[in-house]
Ligand binder design. Structure first.
Ligand SMILES: [Fe+2]
Length: 424
């Protein structure tokens, strides 16, 4: 984020003495300045002012991560993964957003996992890359060293690498907290083509700065009813020799991590709600890049939102068949009328995996059926990766095993075997 923010108590000049209030004529103790910056000292950064030395730790122990191993998609087939089958009601009661994630798909650039959680998470930071956590259902409070957010359905929560934070699900009579976690090995940001050379979101971008929610803050231990000197464990995901090159460590701090009295800069967590995405439409079918919302190294994130569709008199609103030669295409179906498409198997909570090297598109009959349609009422989040994805244990556990045959089964029938969404 190239949009400067200043929050809380900071000195007028960077890298100068900044002190607590003194007693009498004695100066107060110094705050400890930390620069949190991307790409060494060569990209966006923020300066945080801590009450404690931020490198302090009194103990380090191994955090045994959930299974991070992956299995190649070989022989190559498209797949349908039913995420809502991953957690039963009993499991949800004991699960948190950080330690309970189940790995669905992953490669050397990005890992996609899913959690349904009722418990507060431990304090956590991802030392490998940025996270984009999409809230499918439910509500939560996300507390970070930059401040906090109240988040709910449709929110993308962007958490820069090394941001110490935790997730606290809010009780809901309707839906438990369901999150779709996209963990990068890089940074996640708006597409470069949406930005001016100095980083402002341009007029043609489908969202702008006003649509982004910044953390309120500063947030200190005493603000959440904790003691500033409360010994606290912080779970750290970092690079290592485990499956996928990912391992975990728990550091014990002799104080509470919420000790930042102020910060400023251009690097901080933020939230964007999918309903603030303004769809770009045209007379004829628009290609998937118009749906892009974020990008990371070797992958993009797109969303398909309710919208008017193509209005040329001879338009075909559903897509042409396409062979995504250079990418795997992962569609997560959040909302829409998929239930009505009998025979496809695709419904809310489904993922379709359309791998590179295999053309895909609408089910038989869907092209003809779409003629004259003026609106799609759908909500889906898509991740396209430029390197093949492998299946995590969660993905393998809920693979319906039927999807690859669905196109051939549908030949000559009115059933909707595959590609039940507009973008195929
Ligand atoms: Fe597609």
């Amino acid at each position: 984020m190239a949009h400067y923010q200043a929050v809380g108590n900071i000195p007028p000049k960077r890298h100068t003495q900044h002190r607590r209030p003194g007693r009498g004529r004695a100066p107060g103790e110094l705050y400890y300045e930390e620069l949190m910056g991307e790409e060494g000292f060569s990209s966006d950064s923020s300066l945080l002012y801590h009450r404690n030395i931020p490198s302090t730790t009194v103990r380090a122990a191994v955090w045994e991560l959930p299974d991070q191993s992956t299995t190649p998609n070989h022989p190559l087939v498209p797949r349908h993964l039913k995420l809502h089958d991953l957690f039963d009601a009993k499991a949800v009661r004991g699960t948190d957003v950080v330690t309970g994630r189940r790995l669905v798909l992953g490669n050397g650039d990005v890992r996609i996992s899913y959690a349904v959680a009722a418990q507060p998470s431990p304090w956590y930071r991802n030392g490998i890359g940025d996270e984009c956590v999409y809230v499918e259902r439910g509500r939560a409070r996300v507390e970070t060293v930059f401040g906090s957010f109240d988040v709910g359905e449709g929110d993308y929560v962007i958490l820069p690498r090394a941001t110490t934070h935790r997730w606290i699900p809010r009780p809901s009579t309707k839906d438990p907290l369901r999150v779709y976690c996209i963990e990068a090995n890089s940074h996640i940001a708006p597409p470069k083509r949406y930005l001016s050379k100095y980083g402002q979101l341009l007029e043609h971008a489908p969202y702008c700065e006003r649509d982004l929610r910044q953390p309120d803050g500063p947030l200190l231990a005493e603000d959440i009813g904790a003691r500033p000197d409360e010994q606290t464990e912080v779970y750290i995901k970092h690079r290592g020799s485990g499956p996928g090159g990912v391992v975990g460590t728990v550091h014990t701090l002799p104080f509470h991590p919420l000790d930042v009295v102020g910060w400023d800069g251009c690097l901080y967590p933020y939230v964007f709600n999918v309903r603030d995405f303004e769809p770009i439409t045209g007379r004829i079918h628009q290609p998937p890049p118009v749906h892009q919302v974020f990008e990371g190294w070797n992958f993009v994130i797109c969303n398909f939102v309710p919208r008017k569709v193509d209005y040329h008199p001879l338009a075909i609103p559903v897509p042409y068949y396409h062979s995504n030669v250079d990418s795997d295409e992962i569609m997560f179906y959040v909302d829409g009328d998929y239930e009505a498409r009998k025979g496809s198997g695709i419904g809310k909570g489904s993922i379709s995996v359309h791998p590179g090297g295999h053309p895909h598109g609408p089910q038989p009959g869907a092209t003809e059926g779409s003629l004259g349609v003026e609106r799609f009422d759908e909500l889906a989040v898509m991740v396209d990766t430029f390197r093949p994805l492998e299946l995590g244990e969660g993905g393998l556990a809920v693979d319906d095993g039927l999807y690859a045959a669905s196109w051939s089964r549908g030949l000559g029938s009115t059933a909707a075997p595959g590609g039940a969404h507009s973008e195929g």
